[in-house]
Structure formats: C-alpha cells, structure tokens
Design a protein around this ligand. Sequence first.
Ligand code: NDP
Length: 446
Amino acid sequence: MSHDYDLFVIGAGSGGVRAARISAGHGARVAIAEEHQVGGTCVIRGCVPKKLLVYGAHFAEDLEDARRFGWDVGTPTFDWPTLRDNVLSEVKRLNGIYTTNLENAGVTIFHDRATLIDRHTLKVGDRTITADKILVATGARPAIPDVPGAEHGITSNEVFHLDRLPKRAVIAGGGYIANEFAGILNEFGVKVTLLLRGDALLRGYDHQLRERLHLISMQKGIDFRFNAAFERIEKRDDGTLSIHVSNGDPLEADLLLYAIGRPPNTEGLGLEALGVALDANRAIVVDADSRTNVDNIYAVGDVTNRIQLTPVAIKEGHAFADTVFGKKPWRPDYECVPSAVFSHPPIAAVGLTESEARTKYRQVKVYTSDFRAMKNVLADRNERALYKLICHPVTEQLLGAHIIGPDAAEIMQTMAVCVKAGLTKAQLDATVAIHPTMAEELVLMR
Ligand code: NDP
C-alpha cells in the first residue's frame, strides 16, 4: 500500500529534526509537523537562550573583577529588555536556520498540530495524511504543581519573555533549571530563594560538588528553603505572591518560577487509542531501536524519558534514521553520558559519582584538587573550584570525573572522551600539563 510519506515526524525539536533530515538524506519521503517554532525546547526555550542569559549574567562578576585588573568600568548598569530582545532575535534566527535546513533536505514542514487517527493516518490541522512510519518526537513540558493558585507561577517557557525583572523571585525545584536560573537571576540583582521539596540539590551529581554549589550560591546571596512542599499560592492586589509551604512562614515574591521536572508530551496525540504503551510517568515505552509496541511507530527524545538531554535525543533520532531508512543499523550508547549544569559556577560530570562507584566496587580511589582559579585569586574572589576523579581501586581506570568551577563544561567535554575510552589515571599522569590553566589539574592530581 502506498502512503503519502515514508516517514511522518511529529515534533520539530532536536530529535525530530535530526531524524527527519537524515531519513530524507537516505531517500525517504519525509514530512514533519510542528505546532510551535521549529527547533524545539533546546533552541527555542531551553539550552540556547538559557546559555546566552548565562553569558549575560556573568558580566556582573566580570565587570566587578575587571577593576582588580586595572579597568575603570564606572558604574555598570544592566538593561534586561536589551538582553532579552537580543536573545529572542537570535532564537528567531536559529528557527529560520532549522527551517531552511529541513527544506533543503527535502522535508515537507506542516506548521500544525498532528494527531494519530490510526497506525498509518494522521490528522494534521484539517488535512488527513498517511505515512508508512511515524516518529513521535514531541518532547516534554514543564510540570506545574497541583495546588491552589498554581496559575500565579510561570515556567521556563515564559521566563525568557519577562517584561521586567522581579525584585524577588522564588524558584521551585533543586535541579538543572532551578540552579541555572537561580544563578542567572541572582547575577542580575534579583533576590532569589530556591524552594526544594527535599533536602538535596541536583540529585544524581556527586555530593561534594553539590555541597560546593550550595556553599557558593549562599555566598553569592541565594537563599534556600529545604523540605518545603507547596500548599497554596496567593496573589495580592499589588501583585505580590504569597507562597505557602509546609514548613515555616509563607515566602513573598514578585515572581514564582516552577522548575520541578519535565513530564513527556504524550497527551492528546491519540496514542492510547492506538494502544501505544506508556510507562507510569506517561513516557512512550520504546525498545533499543526506539520502536514502540506498535511496530511502525517510533519515538525519540524527551517524550521517551530515557535521558532528557538534547545530544541524546539527537543521537536517538540519527540512529533511528540510519537504522530504519539507511540500512546502517546502530544504537545510541547510554553509558558515560556527560552532562553540565550551567549554574554560577557551572558543574560538569561524566561517569560514576563517588557513592555510585563505592556501591559498585566497594573500594575506589578518589583524587581531588580543591583550588582557587588564578583569575579569582587576582580578582580577590573567594570562590574555589573542585575537581574530582573516581578511579578503579586496582587498575585505576577512570570511572568518573566531576568538576565545579569556571568553564567546567568546556573542560569536561574532553575529559568525557578519556572516561568513555576507559583511560587510566596513569595515562592522565603521563600527559604533560598545559600551564597555566585550570584544566591542568586533571593531569596533576596526586
Ligand atoms: P530536574 O529533574 O533537574 O529537577 C527537578 C527538581 O524538582 C528536583 O529538585 C525535584 O526534587 C523537584 N521536584 C520534582 N517534582 C516536584 C514536585 N512535585 N514538587 C516540588 N518539587 C519537585 O528538572 P528540571 O525541571 O530542572 O529539568 C528537567 C530536565 O531537563 C532535567 O532533568 C534535564 O534532563 C533537562 N535539562 C538539562 C539542562 C542541561 O543539560 N544543562 C538544563 C535544563 C534542563 P527531588 O530531587 O526531590 O526529586
């Protein structure tokens, strides 16, 4: 039976765009539907605009430190609308590039919502379209707590568009987005409080780095309220939010940002009616080839809730395209996936944390370097970096690497290759340092 397309992709985010372009390159007739802007969370309302805000925020410290390096910078002032509008126009430019790249690859774009009618038929706006294979790449969305007054808060979708910066912000959550925006808003002069339901930041990262980020964040003026569950949110006539939590007095703020996880976008797609299996978190269940239990329907990226990271979604989309349309089957490797939190200062990691390694090997060798970056010393900035290597107790093979400090993510990308390649501590030691750098600590730890 012939269909309108060989592949129909729902969602033009990182995973969907990669899958569509590569499949088209393999000769498939491909269409993609996107109800918002082309590029998805990462490009439009995530990684990219966030990183630009991180750069913008860091000038607060750079301008202060510049004085110690002899610069007269007067009294710097910051204009949020200028940064916001420049970031949004960069996002618009990237949206255009993503659209052009899809068109150049021969992919038909439908700027509409697509829903499944049966396993080969979709409703796309008011059209009915058929496809041999369907790829669901609809991503995830920010969670909103189920409490009275929740509508008074915003999410990371809206934070890039604020008319003005608040004086006081409460950020709910202690994960990636909470720590990144705590750093950004704090550098812009907003009084930030992080509100956590539990007692730990950044679960999943090494405990020493998490403690270091907590300490430095407090030194920078960020407040923390731990073990606090939402009860209700009230908005007063003057716009002030009163955030009632399970422990202590209500928190007052002008802005409440929810950063409490991102559930998969599986609602309203027609998946249940087709019998596509979802897990307890309503993520699409897929096998190692990203295939669902309905054998012509596949899913990649955050909607499958494997690892919610852009580069992982891109690999999944690419592997799908090569496997299904390119006669070159391969599978993404989920071992040793490096990651970073663009907090102030940033954290980056790959491989096992110390406690994960101790659980697995009982004994491990741990090397740390706790130092003040040369630039911070001259700037009289009392902010210490921490580098940590976790090694096998006998072979000293690298099991994990963890960094908090300036440029942590940039340095970690290379270190991730070393850990992934199974190098040993001796091989790091055999490498000559590049002096003076921060990264040289990695080959100088004793
Ligand atoms: P995270 O999963 O990083 O953190 C969620 C936080 O919210 C945790 O502190 C969690 O607490 C808390 N939480 C969960 N549910 C509730 C609830 N019902 N009430 C109160 N608190 C709650 O989520 P984010 O939203 O920050 O980010 C989503 C994902 O997006 C990340 O996991 C990451 O994969 C990706 N991302 C990656 C970035 C990067 O690579 N730099 C940047 C931004 C996002 P607890 O610890 O107790 O569970």
